[in-house]
Design a protein around this ligand. Sequence first.
Ligand SMILES: [Zn+2]
Length: 348
Amino acid sequence: MEYSESVVRGGFTEQVICSRCGSKHHSIKGVIKYGFFFLESIPFFPIKKTAVIECTQCHQLADNTQLSAEQLKSINKATFKFYHFISKFTGVYLMLALMGYFYIANIQKDVESQHYVEAPKVNDFYFIDFRKMAKNLRPNQKYIIAKVVDITGDTVSIVYGSVFYVFQRSLESSIRKSRAVTSNYFARKRNEFNFEQIKKLYSSGAILRAMRPVDNKLFDSFVISSPAKTRRGNTYYPGAIENTSGQAFLAMTYLDKYEQQAFDKFKLAAKYGYAQGQINLAELYLTGRFGDNDGFEKALYWLQQAALQSDKKAIDKYLIICNKASDCDVDAFYKVLTDEGVNYRFDR
Ligand SMILES: [Zn+2]
């Protein structure tokens, strides 16, 4: 801490006699000593106030001990006003405001993260402290970025970034520098968690922060490469329109029966053989809110229908839920695909 002084103009007094010229007429100025850090113009707090009494004739400073304690007190009272001191706390106010700002910004991050981990969505990003998820890591293997690539039923599939960071702050700057979008940033291996496990990863501090891109962007950088625009021209795809309107209904959460309306549309799209419609229908069956206790079987049926059209996403989703059910035969599924001539690759 360093110190400086500021001066306030006071009044006049005739209570002392100048030792040099004998004049009684004296001016008063108040001197406030204050402490500051780095910047003299930003005082942190006042330290001392002194009334300086000066002869108006010869500028000799008077000896304050000539005054009684009572007189000194009334001079101080007349000279120093409370507002002279308000500005001497500027640094403290600024510091509190800054702390408040960071505090609120952090709370906001926490609230958002909490919200996102409770209802994960495809393309959510996680900052991860990998030391809390894996053992036997090398000393500089600390932080990674992860991305949700699929949600099937309550299974969340995540891919990890292949780059480890030593510092937590590098996670954000890596995204700001748009490194996360390059197609080979994320490893191919998918790691599956259920909703409950995702929440636990957050409460245990393994997931440090969860983020959801807006307009494909995080921190003003593109994190999702926009899907390649295929020119479909006027080709008619049966079920495509029904699927699109189903997706629209699914987004209209303010409607009473938005999910039922979406379901009806997806069902049509699925019947017309539109693969994405079949996947969307299966997703709704997996919620358990449709079908008479046979939602699971129906989900598998429609995922298989989409898989038979060589839909990679449908094959992945089928395997995720099939691997969890005791009465689902993965080999039989592969055999059906092979028999129908579907070209799939084992990369899991
Ligand atoms: Zn004098």
